[in-house]
Design a protein. Structure first.
Ligand code: SAM
Length: 306
């Protein structure tokens, strides 16, 4: 089962009011959502997940708490439009707990795991067309190299991309373990055992299949515009690329632009929209890392609308 990461820290960062409107952008297995819902009386929770299995499980779980919630079956990138349909223009807080859940990884059919044999898939939303199979069997060598290098930060991306192209010209690459074998043969046993390139390559493919970095870039400005004064965005990231994007966007919206710095009165249109609640990201405790290895790379950032 999925162990929610930094549960106390994230819930306390949301400053939940019992009549507030909250959004969980990444419902998953409702660990965070349950805690939000328990704190609501007249308030409401809108929870997004693009994974049907996660939504079905979490509906049952949340329904046992109270009925102040609605699950929205969309990618969170469409948050603003989906909330408008619900007649919600402004909200008190949003939580993002990015990436995949443990059940998604553990369910071997989903093809996220490099340790279990399954068809190459990795789609969080099974209705999407692009799966890991398309990426591996139809992308150009240059595109594969870019993805492996940028999203996986793998040093041996070039040789791995070359070997994939070579192999697939003989026969389609269909399964996760076939791909792991190609990676192992490209880099050699010693490098493979020492640096685990398969981890990084699988991460890169997952990011590409689910367009994970672009959706963060697109949703954060919308999320900021949805916040009431004093409302908060609380966001957990799990790798440096995600965190860098979040940090840059929060900086942009919390800074006074150079051209108006030093003026006696900052013109309205240049006033920052948010303030950083914590300058540096908050990290999980050693105790949590020992109990839940998935939390190891977590970084928590919090901003507040001003
Ligand atoms: C790390 S899990 C969330 C776990 C949850 N906080 C809990 O405590 O159980 C992330 C979830 O967000 C979903 N997800 C990731 N990116 C998404 C997106 N762009 N739109 C909608 N759901 C997304 C995944 O399907 C997954 O179920």
């Amino acid at each position: 089962m999925h162990k929610s990461v930094m549960l106390n820290e994230t819930i306390s960062a949301l400053n939940i009011k019992d009549d507030g409107i909250y959004v969980d952008a990444t419902l998953g297995y409702a660990g965070h959502s349950s805690e939000i819902l328990k704190r609501l009386k007249r308030g409401r929770l809108f929870a997004f997940d693009q994974d049907e299995e996660a939504r079905n499980y979490s509906f049952e779980k949340l329904a046992k708490i109270n009925s102040q919630f609605k699950i929205l079956p969309y990618n969170f990138v469409n948050m603003k439009k989906a909330l408008q349909k619900e007649k919600i223009d402004l909200i008190d807080g949003i939580l993002f707990d990015l990436g995949v859940s443990s059940p998604q990884i553990d369910n071997k059919e989903r093809g996220f795991s490099f340790m279990q044999d399954a068809p190459l898939d990795m789609r969080m939303n099974k209705n999407n067309e692009k799966s890991a199979f398309e990426v591996i069997n139809s992308y150009s060598e240059k595109k594969l190299l870019e993805i492996f290098f940028n999203y996986g930060e793998e040093r041996k991306s070039k040789i791995i991309a070359e070997k994939i192209i070579q192999k697939r010209s003989q026969k389609e690459i269909r399964t996760t373990l076939e791909l792991v074998e190609i990676i192992r043969n490209s880099v050699g046993e010693k490098y493979f055992n020492l640096y685990h390139p398969e981890r990084k390559i699988f991460q890169a493919i997952r990011i590409e299949v689910n367009d994970e970095l672009n959706v963060i870039k697109q949703v954060l400005p919308d999320a900021i515009s949805l916040l009431k004064k004093g409302g908060r965005i609380v966001i957990l990231t799990f790798h440096s690329l995600e965190d860098r994007i979040v940090k840059q966007i929060f900086k942009k919206y919390s800074d006074v632009p150079e051209i108006v710095k030093g003026l006696p009165e900052i013109p309205e249109e240049y006033k920052p929209l948010i303030k950083l609640v914590n300058k540096k990201p908050i990290l999980p405790s050693i105790d949590e890392i020992n109990k839940n290895s998935r939390s190891k790379s977590a970084k928590l950032r919090i901003v507040e609308r001003i």
